[in-house]
Design a protein around this ligand. Structure first.
Ligand SMILES: [Zn+2]
Length: 343
């Protein structure tokens, strides 16, 4: 049995009428939709399956918003179990599949002398409990697919487009029609860990709203780690989620770095570049960078550009990343001179 294709093979055996699309998704009728709030089963092949060469297997349903993913070395989540049962798999058959997946995982842990080849899941000590998104929250693609014309939704889209196309393209934005806490006037960004949702932040789309973010965040959570690729040389560290999304970095959601967060960041084996906020002289994040020997970047951006997300909107991602890499240093004196120039 090929350990990379075990889940893909198990899915293909059980899915009828999948058709390839010009994108890398195979489309078929989702077995998930009626279990996720849809009144009728999917008949328009809106559920997608994607397989990457390294074994990562992803299901994403554009009809009901169901999404889960697996890679060799990681566990089968409760979402996978539900999905296989919806496909008509018996619990006994699922238990067998789960058994093989655990075998692969055990083998990879035992053989992982070369940790750079092991999936990053095995290196992590950080762990978080699952959290529900605000009531009624679904991916933007879901609402677009249903051609929703709720003005609040359209305003949320306009807000997001205003943050720049590069951020919009990173995806994984959610919205809910639920009015409690003015949630329908916010863009919801889920926090992922091992493909499970472990929190979220909901950004107000109205300038005059003083509560910019309503968040459910667990201590020590690191945002956006799932985008990091093995072959990347740099790991950008920011405070805010939009900044992290803009440059494919990781956000601390604050300026404090806890020891096991620092540990996780070190374990990635990358050149860590802290991009401090322009406020508060870079805060405690710069102190940590100096202690850890990480690089700090003080890019020369035009007046009026307050943060990384703004820079990407104004200059594009390529130039912004270049401007960050171009002016990073780990020299304590240089860092302190630079930070004095911040407000
Ligand atoms: Zn579905």
């Amino acid at each position: 049995m090929d350990q990379r294709t075990i889940i893909y093979d198990a899915l293909i055996k059980r899915i009828n009428g999948a058709r390839p699309t010009p994108s890398r998704w195979m489309k078929f009728n989702g077995p998930c939709c009626v279990h996720n709030g849809q009144s009728r089963p999917d008949t328009k092949k809106r559920c997608g399956l994607m397989f990457d060469a390294d074994g990562r297997t992803t299901i994403s349903c554009f009809n009901c918003g169901f999404k889960t993913s697996w890679a060799p070395g990681s566990k089968l989540t409760s979402k996978w179990k539900a999905y296989f049962l919806w496909l008509g798999t018996s619990s006994q058959d699922f238990d067998w599949l789960n058994f093989y997946v655990e075998e692969i995982r055990r083998k990879m842990i035992n053989e992982s002398a070369d940790f750079s080849l092991a999936p990053r899941e095995l290196l992590e000590k950080l762990d978080f409990a699952n959290v529900d998104l605000p009531e009624g929250a679904k991916p933007l693609e879901y609402w677009l697919e249903h051609e929703l014309v709720d003005q609040n939704f359209l305003d949320a889209l306009v807000y997001l487009e205003g943050r720049g196309t590069e951020i919009l393209q990173t995806g994984n934005f959610y919205w809910t029609p639920n009015e409690a806490n003015g949630m329908n006037r916010r863009i919801i960004i889920p926090f992922f860990w091992h493909d499970e949702i472990v929190g979220y932040t909901a950004r107000a789309i109205d300038k005059e709203n003083k509560t910019r973010y309503i968040s459910s965040v667990q201590p020590r959570y690191l945002f956006n780690t799932e985008v990091i690729q093995k072959d990347w040389e740099y790991l950008f560290l920011t405070e805010g989620p939009f900044d992290a999304k803009a440059v494919g970095g990781v956000a601390l959601l604050g300026d404090k770095v806890m020891p096991d967060q620092a540990n996780w960041i070190r374990q990635q084996g990358k050149k860590v570049v802290v991009i401090p906020d322009q406020m508060n002289k870079g805060g405690r994040l710069v102190d940590t960078a100096i202690e850890e020997g990480w690089y700090v970047a003080f890019p020369k951006w035009d007046m009026g550009i307050k943060d990384t997300a703004d820079a990407v909107k104004a200059y594009g991602k390529l130039y912004t990343v270049w401007s960050i890499i171009d002016v990073n240093t780990k020299d304590k004196l240089t860092i302190n001179v630079w930070r004095q120039r911040l407000k």
